[in-house]
Design a protein around this ligand. Structure first.
Ligand code: ZN
Length: 95
């Protein structure tokens, strides 16, 4: 499976986690009143779920597929922004 395909799958998983995190905050808000603890838990959940993102690096130059310049984007790049490697074609030897 290509780096792009795996990164895209991660992006979908993240979208699901974001929905869950929002639901968690909304539900806790509704039943227990406003809670910073629920908010903190949601943030932690997002951080933990998003940690694998850092492993989606270009096999050629090591640039992360989720970065466009200094910016982090929600969807991975199909083509590496630094060396123009086609991330959707080559299967990655990513660890
Ligand atoms: Zn590259």
């Amino acid at each position: 499976m290509s780096l792009y395909a795996r990164a895209a799958r991660h992006a979908w998983r993240m979208a699901g986690v974001v929905v869950l995190a929002v639901l968690l905050v909304v539900i806790v808000d509704r039943f227990y009143g406003h809670s910073t603890l629920a908010f903190a838990a949601a943030i932690m959940m997002l951080l933990v779920a998003n940690a694998p993102m850092l492993r989606f690096n270009c096999p050629k130059c090591g640039k992360n597929a989720f970065f466009r310049g200094p910016f982090v984007v929600f969807w991975p790049n199909r083509v590496c922004t630094r060396c123009s490697e086609d991330l959707a074609a080559a299967p990655s030897q990513n660890r």
